[in-house]
Design a protein around this ligand. Sequence first.
Ligand code: NAD
Ligand code: G6P
Ligand code: MN
Length: 449
Amino acid sequence: MNNKKFSVLIAGGGSTYTPGIVLTLLDHLDRFPIRKLKFYDNDENRQNIVADACAILLKERAPEIEFIATTDPKTAFTDVDFVMAQIRVGKYEMREKDEKISLKHGVVGQETTGPGGIAYGLRSIGGVLGLIDYMEKYSPNAWMLNYSNPAAIVAEATNRLRPNAKIINICDMPIGIMDRMAAILGLDSVKEMDFRYYGLNHFGWWTDIRDQEGNNLLPKLQEYVAKNGYLLPNNGDQDTEASWKSTFEKARDVYALDPKTLPNTYLKYYLYPQYVVKHADPNYTRTNEVQDGREKMVFGECRKISELQTAKDSHFKSDEHSTYIIDLCRAIAYNTHERMLVMTPNNGAVENLEVDAMVEVPCLIGANGPEPLAMGQADRFQKGLIEEQNHVEKLVVDAWVEHSYVKLWQAMSLCKIVPDAGVAREILDEMIEANKDFWPELKMDTIRI
Ligand code: NAD
Ligand code: G6P
Ligand code: MN
């Protein structure tokens, strides 16, 4: 290991996740030393609330780290080793529209799945490509770890449109679920488990989970999930938000569809869309819950730090989401070849899926990025679902590239969550109007019906 200290840029500095990442970076300085930390955002006012608080925190905990918050791309992207990208193009205002427009038509309204995810994808592609271009211009040796959603569509777009970029698209859901698995099994850490997993982002399955001696842990977990889903044992979910609790519980019914594996929680939206719609409140969606919960808490805490001019009593703490990102930085920085789950071009990792699908599989992570491990064949059920969803994601990227209305309509109609091409078109037409500041202008390359 060398003595290098790293320069890190958080793109989307005004994100609700930023203070947690800063705290985690500070807690891990002995494993991942940093000399410079920068925030970049295109909303100066939003970013400043977080940056003012983080400046105080850094001054108290690690005054040797140079800290800059900026909206200027050149200042942000110059002299950077790692970019952590977490932008939300259109912010919560547009997320709310994604959810509510879909629900109005009786369709699941969700951040990364269904028409909401498609709409968000069309907004995110340009935003993330813009970040890559700045990085390549000002710090061509840097790596970007992107978790701006919808990560599956963003990964498809970056692989197609910037195939040589040093970007790894990642998600914390599988590691979050594995944390729960560790608690269910009574293990101290998720790192005590070896696993096999494959699929697309927010669309995958575990096929094997072992302890460090190689013993099979899957049957014990499956027995638990069949009864409790991924709810924590011993009433451990008392402080979990209602909507996440219901998602972890519903994993029981998702699991029932394939007793040989264990599913990602996001599959509930594809396999039980009617249940999800029935239990949704079209006037109070997840965005409202996040704004009244996470956003209020994070920004309130930031304002408090700025008022008191100290972070000594702040409630921010380091979290699993950020630890995963820092582990990934370390694996690249020190060429550790740690085995981690990330998105990567398939190239045979899942033998019977298309070579150019962006799959999520365990990879060895080193200085040159991810090396995917062979996960064998997808079973027929998974193969059918994955191919359909992957083609939806590819059609969204086609639509963005070609400015094609018909490709976007096809994407929404092919999507398992949408019942009918007529409904897809009604949602699409409303979304075009709502997204006119963010989407490319679409050509009317189909007939009027
Ligand atoms: P947020 O709205 O609080 O923060 C996003 C920030 O991005 C805002 O400050 C906004 O001004 C900024 N932004 C928007 N467009 C930008 C652009 N083009 N350039 C620079 N900055 C821009 O959102 P959040 O809830 O904290 O989530 C942040 C992102 O991280 C979202 O995309 C979310 O879906 C994603 N996320 C992903 C995972 C994962 O597992 N992949 C986990 C958590 C969060
Ligand atoms: C999980 C997913 C992310 C998602 C996040 C927050 O961690 O992997 O992709 O963005 O949850 O969702 P929320 O609804 O709380 O904003
Ligand atoms: Mn995710």
